[in-house]
Design a protein. Structure first.
Length: 225
């Protein structure tokens, strides 16, 4: 895993969307820690059952198990790939664990990108989020609502929201994350690896800035060996 890109940001900052776009544009492998949790929960694995309690309270899951689950998953991937990882690391011990994992595989963290969004904006983005359980289309009641409230325009299904997206939980979650994640951002900043992006802007503008950073970063790689 020669190159790894990390995408940081509070919930609702657009990490998932941006990581997906980067993966498509540059042929990177996208790994989302939150998505891994949701898969575990869906399959009702032992880890998933344990994680549900924390996730539904808007809390981070315990470091040790989370790190083990995440690194086990990473170890199963083709390590020759270039990765874009979001949702991990979220604590300093997780940062240390992923760094030593990557170093042991003769790789390195190429860049960490931080999507910066004000907290009040995040509350609207998250608590307004609705997902169609049938087609997976994502709406937002504030920004891009369906024509008929709570109903998917594509297939008429009743929209759902993630159990951890309820407003009172969202505020708690944002506070928890800010406290635990900011030392991680600071850690990568002091290593001159962190680039901060103003992610209050439209998705396309944010995407274009990130793509430029990755393009430059990958271009600087040519002839590196
Ligand atoms: P996300 O989809 O990234 O917002 O993650 C959903 C939930 O999974 C979070 O609210 C946490 O409870 C849990 N989670 C995801 N990534 C981590 C992590 N690196 N460490 C601890 N908990 C996590």
């Amino acid at each position: 895993m020669k190159n790894t890109f990390l995408l940081f940001g509070l919930p609702g900052s657009g990490k998932g969307t941006q990581a997906q776009r980067l993966a498509e544009k540059f042929g990177l492998q996208h790994i989302s820690c939150g998505d891994l949790f949701r898969l575990h929960i869906k399959s009702n694995s032992e880890f998933g059952q344990k994680a549900t309690t924390y996730i539904s309270r808007g809390e981070l899951t315990p470091d040790k198990e989370t790190t083990m689950m995440f690194l086990e998953h990473l170890a199963q991937q083709a390590l020759s790939n270039t990765f874009v990882i979001e949702g991990f690391p979220r604590t300093l011990p997780q940062a240390a664990a992923i760094e030593s994992f990557i170093t042991a595989k003769d790789g390195y963290i190429k860049q960490a990108i931080f999507l910066d969004v004000e907290v009040e904006e995040l509350v609207k983005r998250i608590s307004g989020r609705r997902i169609c359980p049938i087609c997976g289309h994502i709406y937002n009641l504030y920004y891009f609502p369906p024509q008929q409230l709570e109903i998917c325009e594509i297939d008429g299904a009743l929209l759902e929201r993630r159990t951890d997206d309820k407003e009172q939980l969202v505020r708690h979650r944002l506070h928890t994350y800010l406290v635990t994640e900011s030392p991680v951002w600071e850690y990568f900043r002091t290593k001159s690896l962190l680039t901060k992006i103003d992610a209050m802007r439209p998705i396309e503008e944010v995407s274009s800035d990130i793509c430029q950073i990755l393009s430059d970063s990958l271009a600087s790689e040519v002839g590196y060996d």
